[in-house]
Design a protein around this ligand. Structure first.
Ligand SMILES: NC(=O)c1ccc[n+]([C@@H]2O[C@H](COP(=O)([O-])OP(=O)(O)OC[C@H]3O[C@@H](n4cnc5c(N)ncnc54)[C@H](O)[C@@H]3O)[C@@H](O)[C@H]2O)c1
Length: 337
């Protein structure tokens, strides 16, 4: 029986790289954008691997109904839309791509921080509206010497920290899962979440979405921030509770936000409360995007499928512990002791 890989989400781009790579490897490639668990099970029940972007949640129910599936490839970094624990229990390997867009996301985070403090969007809107008035957006503060707080000092957070040092920003970071020396080496200091919130002039979020970080930033946390501070989120919308954020903007607990991701979005409705605030700069979850990142991701993920189905390891394993399980479906990837 030919090997088969199924892409279960709507595609964000033509899938020509995947068609070429799978075609050359002799693997059947099925593009089947699904809108429900039943549809995914229907198209992927005999798949050796599935590929998922972010539209569908790959639940334990789906995984349990895919008896041949050895590999789930997340087309991106965050794996919050995959039940990784269930995959591990079933012996299925989960792979992601942790490198393709780290510069792009860091660039957009920096761009949002600059747009907030330098009021770029507001000033542009006022010029478009026919007003040539440099004070129309209110006077901002000097960036040099301000304090940047990085929540989650991983790959992207570190890149933001490096970029920010070029702007003369002081660095604080909060990341309980890494050695504090990482912050020191970047010229900054590791602090608690409350200290980060209270001391940052600019706060940028770069944690994964996990049970611990879901709604990590709520009313209590936003109230700890300076009324002059800006919050930027390019990680996951569900990390910041939207109702609390709207209240914070309404009541001036913070000066503004730059968001690439918003809790519950997409889709964004015309009456979404954030659209009322001209100090909310919003982009449609595109921090990752560049032509180079898109192509790199497409080729790397397709090659990961080919590699694993040939018995070789993917670039990045999310649940390497699956290799130790007796029911592991990719036993050939075990490294000899
Ligand atoms: N907007 C986009 O287009 C886009 C693109 C790529 C990634 N992302 C998001 O960015 C996230 C971060 O990516 P990355 O490559 O830097 O990941 P990473 O794993 O390299 O870094 C994440 C860091 O967050 C830390 N962390 C985890 N829980 C924490 C907590 N409770 N408090 C503080 N720190 C915590 C981890 O220790 C780690 O150092 C991804 O998980 C993804 O959700 C968004």
């Amino acid at each position: 029986m030919a090997l088969k890989v199924v892409w279960v989400d709507p595609a964000f781009a033509p899938l020509a790289p995947e068609e070429r790579i799978f075609g050359e490897a002799g693997i059947e490639f099925v593009y089947a954008p699904c809108a429900s668990e039943e549809q995914i099970i229907g198209v992927a029940h005999d798949a050796d691997a599935i590929m998922v972007v972010l539209h569908n949640y790959i639940s334990s129910g789906i995984l349990a109904a895919l008896p041949r599936c050895r590999l789930v490839v997340r087309h991106g970094i965050g794996v919050d839309n995959i039940d990784v624990r269930a995959a591990t229990e079933l012996g299925i390997l989960v792979a992601n791509n942790v490198t393709y867009c780290v510069d792009e996301v860091a660039d957009l985070a920096m761009g949002l921080l600059l747009a907030c403090t330098r009021k770029i969007a507001l000033l542009s809107q006022s010029v478009h509206a026919g007003t040539w008035d440099g004070t129309a957006a209110g006077i901002g503060h000097r960036l040099r010497g301000s304090t940047l707080g990085v929540l989650g000092l991983g790959r992207i957070g570190r890149r933001v920290a490096r970029r920010a040092s070029g702007f003369g920003l002081k660095l604080l970071a909060c990341d309980p899962y890494i050695d504090p020396s990482v912050a020191t080496e970047l010229g900054g200091k590791m602090v608690s979440l409350d200290e980060l919130l209270a001391q940052s002039d600019l706060l940028t979020i770069h944690t994964p979405l996990t049970a611990e970080t879901r709604q990590l930033i709520r009313e209590r946390e936003l109230r700890l921030m300076k009324p002059t501070a800006y919050l930027v989120n390019t990680a996951r919308g569900d990390i910041v509770e939207i109702a609390a954020l709207v209240k914070a903007l309404q009541e001036g607990w913070i000066a503004g936000v730059g968001l690439d991701v918003i809790e519950g979005v997409p889709p964004i409705s015309a009456d979404h409360p954030l659209l009322r605030f001209d100090n909310a700069i919003l982009t449609p979850h595109m921090a990752w995007y560049s032509e180079e990142a898109k192509l790199e991701l497409q080729e790397a993920c397709a090659w990961d499928v080919v590699r694993v189905l040939r018995g070789e390891p993917p670039l990045s394993m999310v649940n390497a512990e699956v290799l130790q399980r007796p029911n592991c479906r990719v036993k050939e990837l075990r490294v000899a002791p």
